[in-house]
Ligand binder design. Structure first.
Ligand code: PEP
Ligand code: MN
Length: 369
């Protein structure tokens, strides 16, 4: 991919993007933008004017008139402005007003038709476009969107990690699944990665810890929603902060360097990393040995015509191992994920043994060993 650096990212790291979730009125947008600009800590303004809401009968944005307010905000603050686009017409309107940065929202990245429509609309321009991750944890859709834009000649690209929708209880509005963003950073090291703690957290209290985590993972910037009076916001009320709170959060953030030229620190880190490598090797060796035992069990079960599954045994393993894990300071969430992975691998090994004469292998979540 041919990628070029984005101006605002050349000048500062982490870059800070802020502004309301939605532009609601000229007064609300200008007062918010002027107040956050006064902090001197914001590099790019944001506001949604076409709001893709999950359910109908919610505020769906003010539409194209909001672009004129954004232009005024740019004139008053001297800061560049950004807006979400979801179709051809949005791109057309935004480019007409020379909006500096466009972003594609999570509900649009999931749809290759919409992304292609946007990519076609952008052909021949030198627009700067940020692509949010799709709602679901599918890195190919995120990658595909970047590729579609790049094929249209868009070289100033950015990624925004806003977390992934998930069913069930979580402290987050959208699960961060940090490892997925890190994988995208690995795939596209030259494309900047911005974190959107507002949509990950869904509430003010989580903005600081999520922002700090992103910086510690070496993200290039943050997009934080702010509102002159969040209590009366027409969208995403619980996660927007006043300009003062925004400044407070930004002041508390610790920016660490990915690499420092400190000899003693590097020696210390090297030693610790060597320890980690040795332990990882030992762990793999043990897991390999465990699989051998599982295979032996498979042989015995095959001889006696016994099934692989024994649900009760699996329950016992989970209970015992999560208790033991807790004693080692390992979370229940990790223990379950770890056990499931080891368990599935054991089943696959036993299946190979049980069905070694070419029968279909079955996948199951039942118990073994
Ligand atoms: C937004 O940025 O206000 C927005 C709608 O975000 P997302 O696409 O991440 O839900
Ligand atoms: Mn929002």
């Amino acid at each position: 991919m041919k990628i070029e650096q984005i101006d605002i990212l050349k000048q500062k790291r982490p870059v800070i993007i802020s502004g309301p979730c939605s532009a609601e009125s000229e007064e609300q947008l200008l007062s918010t933008c002027e107040a956050i600009a006064k902090t001197g800590k914001v590099d790019l303004l944001r506001a949604g004017i076409w709001k893709p809401r999950t359910r109908p009968n919610n505020f769906e944005g003010v539409g194209a008139v909001g672009l004129e307010w954004l232009v005024k905000a740019r004139e008053k603050t001297g800061l560049p402005v950004s807006v979400e686009v979801a179709n051809f017409n949005h791109v057309f309107e935004a480019l007409k007003q020379q909006i500096d940065v466009l972003w594609i929202g999570a509900r649009t990245t999931v749809n290759p038709f919409s992304v292609q429509e946007i990519a076609d609309a952008l052909k021949g321009t030198n627009a700067t476009v940020f692509v949010k991750n799709p709602l679901n944890a599918d890195l190919e859709l995120w990658t595909g969107a970047l590729e579609r834009l790049n094929k249209s000649g868009i070289t100033r690209l950015g990624m925004i990690h806003r977390g992934f929708a998930q069913h069930g209880k979580s402290i987050y509005r959208n699960e961060p699944k940090w490892q997925l963003a890190v994988e995208m950073k690995r795939r596209f090291p030259e494309i900047p990665m911005i974190c959107d703690p507002s949509h990950i957290g869904g509430k003010r209290e989580l903005l600081l810890p999520v922002s700090q985590q992103a910086l510690d993972l070496d993200f290039d910037g943050l997009m934080l929603e702010s509102h002159i009076n969040p209590e009366v916001a027409l969208s995403d009320k619980a996660q927007q902060v006043t300009p003062d709170s925004l400044e407070e959060i930004l002041d508390k953030l610790v920016v660490r360097q990915p690499n420092v030229s400190d000899e003693s620190l590097n020696t210390q880190l090297d030693m610790l990393r060597q320890q980690i490598d040795i332990i990882d090797n030992d762990l793999l060796q043990l897991i390999g040995e465990r699989m051998q035992v599982a295979e032996n069990i498979g042989i015995v079960k095959k001889e006696k015509g016994v099934t692989i599954l024994q649900t009760q045994r699996w329950e016992e393993i989970i209970t015992k191992a999560t208790e033991n894990g807790a004693l080692q300071g390992l979370s229940e969430k990790f223990m379950i994920r770890y056990l499931k992975a080891v368990h599935q691998e054991s089943i696959d090994h036993q299946n190979k043994i049980m069905n070694s004469e070419g029968a279909l292998s079955t996948r199951t979540d039942g118990a073994i060993s």
